[in-house]
Design a protein around this ligand. Structure first.
Ligand SMILES: *Cc1c(COP(=O)(O)O)cnc(C)c1O
Length: 325
């Protein structure tokens, strides 16, 4: 199959803008910085999951699903956007969230409620795939046709959305007359990086793709990215191979753990807001900007380089973190 033949439904507002951020680039140490605004994809307040869901939901439609099940933390952007995608296509959203039920409905959880998602909570050490399978079984017994979307929408199929995003960045760079040296983005479940890396390898191999981990250790994240990128290449009929040598990830900016902001993350969020009026989030993009800032400081990124910061969204989660600011 060719990439253009993979079933897709339109959910995202594309292309998202590629905007120069000169004051932030200066504050980071004199890099030429552009922000790829995937926080502006639309679909219930935007974020990177919209691009993945265009392919995942097309598969759900193809399989005749009437219910969509997915999983994530209580402040999962992916769960919120999947619930919105389900509603937009006339399906019922079911969310299996990991952790304790928060006392306050804030941020993404409030939006899940507005979207009328059926929400249940499972313990943090639960096997999420098994929990979703159990829910699917119950729904099937009641006559529903459920479709399960994995954590973060990070299957090979979902990452196809970021192969196309790489093409979009290359096209916009040519139109703007710039030649990016690097793209920085967050590494969560790895689907975004897998697609982006594969896309850049095909369309602009001179651009280095860097992922700042927000939770996983480097070997785990690298392995996930390579596996997904390889699978996505086969799926899209792209004649390239992605190996561990292609992957650049850094887990030095995880801080205390997934979903727990570091002081550098809080500082980075304030810096983006104060220099550019740009709103980042405490789980993903704040840590990623902290990582980019650290790389400039360490001389890994040299001043004068052209860097694209792929903003993956997440700002709705901010409202559940007000005590950190
Ligand atoms: C899910 C998410 C990510 C991480 O994407 P992965 O494909 O899971 O690595 C980054 N930023 C935001 C805001 C997200 O919601």
């Amino acid at each position: 199959m060719q990439i253009g033949e993979i079933p897709r439904v339109r959910l995202a507002t594309l292309p998202t803008p590629l905007e120069e951020a000169p004051r932030l680039g200066e504050a980071l140490g004199g890099i030429r910085l552009f922000v790829k605004r995937d926080d502006n994809t639309g679909l219930a307040l935007g974020g990177n999951k919209a691009r993945k869901l265009e392919f995942l939901m097309a598969d759900a439609v193809k399989q005749g699903a009437d219910t969509v099940i997915t999983t994530g933390g209580p402040q999962s952007n992916h769960a919120r956007m999947t619930a919105a995608a389900a509603r937009k296509l006339g399906m019922r959203p079911v969310l299996v969230l990991e952790g304790k039920k928060p006392s306050e409905r804030q941020g993404n959880l409030l939006l899940d409620e507005l979207l009328g998602a059926e929400v249940s909570f499972v313990p943090e050490d639960a096997d999420l795939d098994a929990e979703m399978a159990r829910v699917a079984e119950r729904l099937r017994a009641g006559g529903a046709r459920p479709y399960i979307i994995p954590l973060g929408g990070s299957s090979a199929l979902g990452s196809i959305g970021y192969v196309l995003a790489a093409m979009e960045i290359v096209d916009q760079s040519i139109a703007a007359g710039i030649a990016p040296d690097r793209v920085y983005t967050s590494g969560g479940s790895g689907g975004t990086l897998a697609g982006l890396l594969l896309g850049m390898k095909v369309f602009a191999p001179q651009v280095a793709v860097w992922g700042i981990s927000v939770g996983r250790r480097e070997p785990d994240l690298i392995q996930r990215i390579v596996r997904k990128a390889e699978e996505a290449a086969r799926l899209a009929g792209l004649p390239v191979s992605v190996t561990e040598d292609d992957v650049h990830v850094d887990d030095d900016y995880v801080g205390p753990g997934y979903g727990i902001p570091s002081p550098e993350c809080i500082k980075a969020i304030r810096l983006a807001a104060e220099t550019e009026g740009l709103i980042l989030d405490p789980v993903y993009t704040g840590k990623t900007l902290a990582g980019l800032a650290g790389h400039v400081k360490r001389g890994l990124v040299r001043s004068g380089e052209t860097v694209v910061f792929l903003h993956t969204g997440g700002a709705p989660g901010l409202f559940a973190y007000s005590e950190w600011f």
